[in-house]
Structure formats: structure tokens, C-alpha cells
Design a protein around this ligand. Structure first.
Ligand SMILES: Cc1cc2nc3c(=O)[nH]c(=O)nc-3n(C[C@H](O)[C@H](O)[C@@H](O)COP(=O)(O)OP(=O)(O)OC[C@H]3O[C@@H](n4cnc5c(N)ncnc54)[C@H](O)[C@@H]3O)c2cc1C
Length: 266
């Protein structure tokens, strides 16, 4: 079985995040890491591999600037078998439509070299742009059934069952591989890379594709090809200190209730 897991490299939310003058996210001049929500996708891909009978190859795939290789490396350290990074200056500024196009072509190329993907696993959303559009667009482009926002995943042979928690009901969806699966942060803690995993990752196969390797025209990607444009970005004001209610004379509960009422919480 061949599993491709998508790993997006995103600006570190705990560090300074900036926008470029054209309102795109500055991804080159800031610290980045594997999108936290994609760690759950890597974990599920590895768990499915561990439970499966027969040979399973997990390929970690990312699109991004050269330093996005760090996200692929983290997936290799966690246990993925091989990595692919698609990087090309023309891709900068791509929207979800173009991102899904490039990802679909990369998955097809990985398939030519290793056998086509039986399972594509993604996060539920990236922690930066967070549109949740890429998984559905990718499934459409690859002609795969999609099971999105899974909170529990079970596989047996070529069958997959996933639980989806909606507001009004919980659904159990079944599908036959090949499938595109997106998973939520409810699927279970992602493992930390062990020292052994970190050392082993250095020897794992890692490939880099450009747009021409994928037969994608530069005019189909990048900011100029995006269907929408970010017109303005405004940084949120820094958080102010909260209000502290002290209760020295028994009036604390009233003060707290008045505060909550003033904010229309009660
Ligand atoms: C006008 C405009 C300008 C933009 N400029 C840029 C830019 O300069 N650079 C840039 O990178 N983005 C840019 N974006 C954002 C871009 O659309 C998203 O980053 C796109 O890569 C995917 O959308 P998303 O992150 O919202 O995906 P979501 O649908 O929220 O992501 C879901 C899952 O898809 C997978 N995934 C998504 N993107 C990738 C990826 N690149 N590699 C691997 N897996 C992935 C992950 O598993 C992720 O958890 C721009 C968007 C707009 C509208």
C-alpha cells in the first residue's frame, strides 16, 4: 500500500509573523515548522502502516519555499519512509486552487515512481491560511472519494471507516481505497520523533520537484493566477491584561456576575 501524507510548512505562531508588501504571508524570513494539525495526519498515516499487512510506504509531501523541507524532515523523523518537496519560485502566492493542482500532479508523479497512492492523508486545515479547501479540491482533481474531518479512523484491508463529529450528529463513513482522508486533532496525540528516528531520517530518500518536473505551467500558479486577492492585512492589537475580581468582603460573586453581564455573557 502507498500512503501520501501532506505536510505544510507554516510560520511559527509563537514567533513574529509578517506579511509581504503584496499581502502574502512572509514564509522565507520567519521561523517555520510543520503545521501542528498535519502532525495528526502523519500520526494516522503511521498508525495505518503499523496495522496493515504487507508492505506499506509512507511518503511525506510538501509544497513551499526551500525551508519547507523542514516539515518533510519532521515527518521522516516521526517515521515516514520518504519525502518529496515541490519548490519553485513561481509557486509563491498560490491560492488553494493552484496548491491543489500542484499537489495532485506531485501525487501522480510519486505514483509513477512508486505505484499510485492508495491513501492520501491530510490535516483538517493548515494553521496559517486555514481554508480547509485543499483536501476537497485535491480529491476532486485525483478523482478520489473524500472522507474529511475524521476524528477516528479504522482500516481493514482495502476498507476505511471514519467517524465525523458534526454539530447535530456523529456519522460513520465507509469507503473503499483509494481514498483521500483528512483528519482532525481528535484523532489522538502525534508521536514525538525519537533520537533513533531523528538519526534514521538523515538516510531516508528525499526528492525535490520543480514545476517543470510536474508539467505544470508557471501561469497556472502564483499570485497572478490566484482567484482572490488579499486586499488588506491588519495586525490584531496585542492582548490587554484581563480584569481581576478580588473577593475580600463577599462581594466577589456579584462583581463577577456584573462583569459577565456587562459583556453579555449572562
Ligand atoms: C491571495 C492569496 C495569496 C496567498 N499567498 C500565499 C503565499 O505566498 N504562499 C503560500 O504558501 N500560500 C499563500 N496563500 C495561501 C494559500 O492559498 C494556501 O497556503 C494554500 O497553500 C493552501 O490553503 P490552506 O493552507 O488554506 O489549505 P487548507 O485547505 O486549510 O489545508 C488543509 C490541508 O491541506 C494540506 N496542505 C495545504 N497546503 C499545503 C502545502 N502547501 N503543502 C502540503 N500540504 C498542504 C495540509 O495537510 C493541510 O492541513 C495565499 C492565499 C491567497 C488567497
Amino acid at each position: 500500500m502507498n500512503i501520501v501524507v501532506l505536510v505544510k510548512h507554516v510560520p511559527d505562531a509563537t514567533a513574529d509573523r509578517r506579511f509581504e508588501s503584496d499581502n502574502t504571508v512572509d514564509r522565507v524570513g520567519v521561523d517555520g515548522l510543520l503545521s501542528e494539525l498535519d502532525e495528526y495526519a502523519v500520526e494516522q498515516a503511521l498508525q495505518i502502516k503499523e496495522k496493515a499487512e504487507g508492505d506499506v510506504t509512507v511518503t511525506a509531501l510538501s509544497i513551499g519555499p526551500e525551508q519547507a523541507v523542514d516539515a518533510v524532515r519532521k515527518a521522516l523523523q516521526m517515521g515516514a519512509d520518504q519525502g518529496v518537496l515541490v519548490t519553485d519560485d513561481a509557486i509563491a502566492g498560490s491560492d488553494a486552487v493552484a496548491t491543489s493542482l500542484v499537489l495532485s500532479k506531485a501525487i501522480e508523479k510519486i505514483g509513477q515512481d512508486n505505484g499510485s497512492a492508495d491513501l492520501v492523508v491530510t490535516g483538517m486545515a493548515s494553521t496559517d491560511a486555514g481554508t480547509s479547501l485543499v483536501p476537497a479540491m485535491l480529491a476532486e482533481r485525483l478523482g478520489l472519494p473524500q472522507v474529511t474531518f475524521a476524528s477516528v479512523v479504522e482500516t481493514q484491508g482495502d476498507q476505511i471507516r471514519a467517524k465525523r463529529d458534526g454539530d447535530a450528529a456523529t456519522e460513520v463513513i465507509g469507503a473503499t481505497l483509494p481514498v483521500l482522508l483528512s483528519v482532525t486533532d481528535q484523532t489522538g496525540e502525534a508521536r514525538y520523533p525519537s533520537f533513533k528516528g531523528i538519526m534514521a531520517a538523515k538516510k531516508k530518500p528525499m526528492e525535490t520537484y520543480s514545476l517543470s518536473d510536474l508539467g505544470v505551467d508557471a501561469g497556472q500558479v502564483g499570485l497572478d493566477a490566484a482567484w482572490t486577492a488579499v486586499e488588506e492585512t491588519t495586525a490584531r492589537p496585542p492582548r490587554t491584561a484581563g480584569e481581576i475580581v478580588t473577593d475580600e468582603d463577599g462581594s466577589g460573586a456579584t462583581a463577577l456576575a456584573e462583569f459577565l453581564a456587562s459583556k453579555k455573557f449572562i
